[in-house]
Design a protein around this ligand. Structure first.
Ligand code: HEC
Length: 111
């Protein structure tokens, strides 16, 4: 009898764990991809040529979160550029910017 309940418990734990992982996985951006995407799709202008220079360390994590808040980009002059990117691309870019933010644990210059 006891063994049966242990088995049930383990199965439930495993299933819940897998569900949790898949939900979390959806929301996690890949900062390595984000770096490349940022270089290609943002830095092209935001390097001080066509638009003001922009780099991860220039803002804090919360500020980046605000900039990437849902549909906020509609207010930006470059919203057409944002619309070209998928939701996952933007998530990747955000995670790159967060990783190198002024108040992140990563030292400056390592982004
Ligand atoms: C075609 C050039 C171009 C590209 C590509 C581009 N931007 Fe912009 N962006 C601009 C211009 C021009 C402005 C107007 C203000 C300025 O000069 O920064 C702007 C404004 C912004 C602003 C608002 C700044 C403010 O203080 O109001 C943010 C945030 C921003 N861009 C982020 C991004 C991100 C992130 C990407 C990549 C997904 C990107 N931009 C791609 C040209 C571009």
């Amino acid at each position: 009898m006891n063994r049966k309940w242990i088995l049930v418990f383990l199965t439930v734990t495993l299933v819940l764990g897998l569900i949790g992982l898949s939900i979390a996985g959806d929301k996690v951006g890949n900062s390595r991809k984000g770096k490349l995407l940022f270089r290609k799709n943002c830095r092209a202008c935001h390097n001080g040529s066509k638009a003001q220079e922009m780099g991860p360390y220039q803002k804090k994590i919360k500020e980046w979160d605000g900039i990437f808040a849902k549909d906020k980009y509609q207010e930006y002059s470059c919203k057409a550029e944002w619309e070209k990117l998928s939701e996952q691309d933007l998530l990747d870019i955000l995670s790159y910017l967060r990783a190198g933010a002024a108040d992140s644990k990563v030292p400056r210059g390592c982004g």
